[in-house]
Design a protein around this ligand. Structure first.
Ligand SMILES: [Zn+2]
Ligand SMILES: [Zn+2]
Length: 787
């Protein structure tokens, strides 16, 4: 355990004291704490209300408790007011809404015709923001929600009269843009488009939103408006770039956070390896992050600390709360009712009640999924427990930001799950505390997404040359040519027209990857539970698969691939399932290549991935494998982007300096282990989930003629992840090596080189061989010349 005093002068005492209590009774040599960091208290920095803000607006904001704006709020408001697109990227509870309320309400107050649009990824968040604006009680603003729940009668009123409309991307896509002429008044006067929590628009979903925002802007411009974008984001790397990619316009970034923050003690915690249980291929298993979280929560409750625990799944949140209650029942039964789980889907009133109970201390511990990350006003807590890396540093800091009392300091505990990325972070505090947050990756140029959006855009308004420029130039022209060939668009003198009667919007699933979705239906009730992307259907909803939907468990009875339906029944078996899959990859086009003089080649390009799900494993929550069952499913192909490296076999077998010294029989296991760990670590450099990407490794690949490791995007056309991996290849592989070395298992486990989604049953895997391969690769980093 190491400890660095970043600023001991400020109140870290409260957090330290809590950590001591949680660790009480643990012998130091068995301490799960790998690192403790003290984060300094940050005082508030204020600005003055701008001259241009109407007096009654300032009076209303003051009456609500904002005496003066913080500097970032003021800076963002000034930019937006002067007509510049702006993205404000600051921490949790930094009052980002004031940054857009100030310019938007000023405009609506001064110009009685002006309108504004607010877009949020979730309905709950939109509802909160509407309440906040309505609560100011300014005359003539007429804020209104327009989403799937808005009744028909109210919709007419919103279109005719509302001046600030609160909506979400799905509603804009299905409800507003296809019938924009009914919104002529609104679009003609549209002065601002607010895009809240814009860091959540990443990967394929982010690419969809970027294309949707281009369509939205085009329609507004058609009516003569030139709306200014105001984007709000969690702390992310390169926010201006994110804003630019999302909106297609230059965005100024405001990142200097003027809000105050209490001092915090942050502990990185690695659960111990269990002695009595073994997992796949006899690998050791760690105590689960959920069980550790329960224990920490109950200790905090006994210390009278108010705490929030973030858990990956709803079931996990329920189990964590139950576990904490169980241990409290033995030692402090009067506190059992002070622990609860947040199940999501609550009404605003219920959420307010929960916030109130937690603030007052009536409720001391709440276990939740990241649902609480958006739109719930809980901050200033004594402690936050983060069970498993939430996928991005931005989310980690957002969750950690819920803790922090002015004056006394608070505790944040990050509990590592058995995953190579979590292992890496627990052992490399620099990657948590000294690293800038990752870039949010999306790719609106992906032709698989661009094409259907261009079809929608053409149905909204005929496409002209200028529109094609806005949608990406050359790739847009190619897409329009394809759509015209297919007879979906018709070229006329002044542009391309949509030919069918029905607009194409319904066939575009914003939260999907572009292909035909598989519907998951409960047989008994006929209830549609959800949809699954074509790339994932075979692996997620094959017969026998355990399918989780909002915390409820189902088992798949039948998968009808022709109809695109999976029939399921409610059942909660003890085990979970994971598919077994055979995969091949072929290089279609190498776009970038770098070679070293010793025979390492690193590449970026287009590939075709062919795969077939051949069976599945049933596994207990402890990691223990029950059995493996066969499946008969057809082969499928995916055209996407990949990053790959290949090396001269001589480099791997040579025992001379610079060589890996591997026996040729070990090469497949070494490459496979290096591939798994690399997939686990890529999310450190790109905002993807390990489930968004896949990999293939082989001791002899027909296209390269060499031992090769591929990491590919998991969606048609890619979402920018492989590109990011190519750009950050060496830092990525260095982190991969460190994660493997840091794990104290002997021959590989889920915390380092085993993968929960391995199609080959995690065989063969050679942990030491992977380190040798990565050492060879990293030795070449100084010798990489662009070619
Ligand atoms: Zn391990
Ligand atoms: Zn594998």
């Amino acid at each position: 355990m190491s400890s660095t005093g970043r600023d001991r002068a400020y109140g870290a005492t409260g957090g330290n004291r809590l950590l001591d209590r949680v660790l009480a009774g643990t012998p130091p040599e068995q301490s799960p704490v790998r690192h403790v960091e003290h984060l300094a208290e940050r005082p508030a920095r204020y600005g003055e209300w701008p001259d241009w803000a109407p007096e009654r607006l300032v009076a209303a904001l003051r009456a609500r408790g904002t005496e003066r704006p913080w500097i970032h709020q003021l800076q963002a408001a000034e930019l937006a007011h002067s007509g510049e697109n702006v993205v404000v990227a600051t921490g949790t509870a930094s009052g980002k809404s004031l940054a857009y309320q100030l310019p938007v309400l000023t405009r609506l107050d001064l110009d009685s015709r002006a309108t504004a649009l607010y877009v949020s990824p979730t309905k709950a968040l939109g509802t909160d923001q509407l309440r906040s604006v309505a609560g100011l009680d300014l005359p003539g603003i007429r804020p209104a929600t327009y989403d799937g729940d808005t009744p028909g009668t109210e919709r007419d009123w919103v279109r005719a009269h509302a001046r600030w409309v609160f909506s979400n991307p799905d509603m804009l896509h299905h409800g507003v843009l296809p019938r924009h002429s009914r919104w002529a008044r609104f679009f003609r006067n549209l002065s601002y488009i607010v895009v809240d929590e814009c860091h959540t628009y990443r990967g394929v979903f982010g690419s969809h939103i970027a294309l949707l925002l281009r369509r939205l802007r085009r329609v507004a411009e058609h009516y003569g408006a030139a709306p200014v974008f105001v984007l709000a984001s969690a702390t992310v790397a390169a926010p201006a770039e994110l804003g630019g990619t999302l909106t297609g316009r230059t965005c100024h970034a405001v990142t200097e956070d003027g809000s105050p923050r209490g001092g915090r003690t942050m502990a990185l915690w690695e659960p111990p390896l269990l002695e009595e249980v073994t997992g796949e291929n006899g690998a050791p298993v760690r105590r689960s992050a959920g069980a550790e979280t329960s224990r920490i929560m109950s200790d905090l409750v006994i210390e009278s600390a108010r705490c929030l625990a973030f858990v990956r799944s709803r079931t996990g949140a329920e189990l964590a709360a139950l576990g904490a209650q169980r241990s409290l029942r033995e030692v402090a039964p009067e506190l059992v009712n002070r622990v609860a789980a947040y199940r999501g889907g609550y009404l605003p009133e219920q959420r307010r009640e929960l916030e109130r109970a937690l603030h007052s201390g009536e409720l001391r511990a709440l276990a939740t999924t990241s649902a609480l990350e958006l739109g719930v006003d809980i901050s200033g807590l004594d402690a936050v427990v983060i069970a498993g890396y939430p996928g991005t540093l931005a989310s980690l800091w957002q969750q950690a930001g819920r803790a922090g009392r002015e004056g006394d300091g608070a505790l944040v505990v990050f509990v590592a799950r058995d995953d190579p990325l979590d292992t890496y972070l627990a052992h490399n505090p620099g990657a948590v505390f000294d690293r800038p947050v990752e870039a949010t990756v999306l790719d609106p140029g992906n032709p698989h997404l661009l094409r259907p959006h261009l079809a929608c855009a053409a149905a909204e308004l005929p496409l002209d040359e200028r529109a094609l420029e806005e949608f990406g130039g050359e790739t847009a022209r190619e897409s329009v040519a394809r759509l015209t060939e297919a007879g979906e668009l018709r070229a006329r003198r002044n542009g391309w027209y949509w030919t069918a009667r029905q607009p194409p919007h319904r066939s575009v699933e914003l939260r999907g990857s572009g292909g035909q979705q598989t519907a998951v239906v409960e047989s008994d009730s006929g209830r549609l539970l959800g949809t699954v992307d074509p790339e994932s259907a075979h692996g997620l909803v094959h017969p026998g698969a355990v399918y989780l939907h909002q915390g409820e468990s189902f088992v798949v009875d039948e998968l009808d691939l022709d109809e695109g339906i999976a029939l399921v029944h409610a059942e909660d078996p003890e085990w979970n399932t994971s598919p077994r899959e055979e995969t091949d990859i072929a290089v279609l086009r190498t776009q970038r290549q770098r070679r070293t003089s010793h025979g390492l080649s690193i590449n970026l390009g287009e590939v075709e991935v062919t795969s077939r799900v051949t069976g599945y494993l049933r596994r207990m929550p402890s990691g223990e494998v029950l059995d493996q069952l066969p499946l008969d499913l057809p082969e499928r192909t995916l055209s996407t982007r990949a990053v790959w490296y290949s090396l001269d076999e001589e480099l791997l077998v040579s025992s001379a300096p610079g060589g890996a010294g591997l026996d040729p029989a070990r090469i497949p296991g070494a490459l496979h282990a290096a591939e798994h760990a690399a997939i686990g670590l890529l999310p450190l450099f790109a905002t993807c989930d390990r489930w968004d990407i896949g990999g293939v490794s082989t001791a002899l690949h027909p296209n390269t003629g060499e031992p090769t490791v591929f990491v590919h995007d998991g969606h048609p056309g890619g979402a920018g992840f492989a590109d990011r991996g190519f750009a950050a290849l060496f830092p990525w592989l260095a982190a991969t090596r460190e994660a493997i070395v840091a794990c104290d298992c002997s021959a590989g486990c889920p915390s380092c080189v085993q993968s929960p989604k391995c199609g080959n049953g995690n065989e063969p895997l050679d942990k030491a061989g992977a380190v040798a391969v990565l050492d060879v690769l990293l030795a070449e980093r100084t010798d990489v010349a662009p070619a």
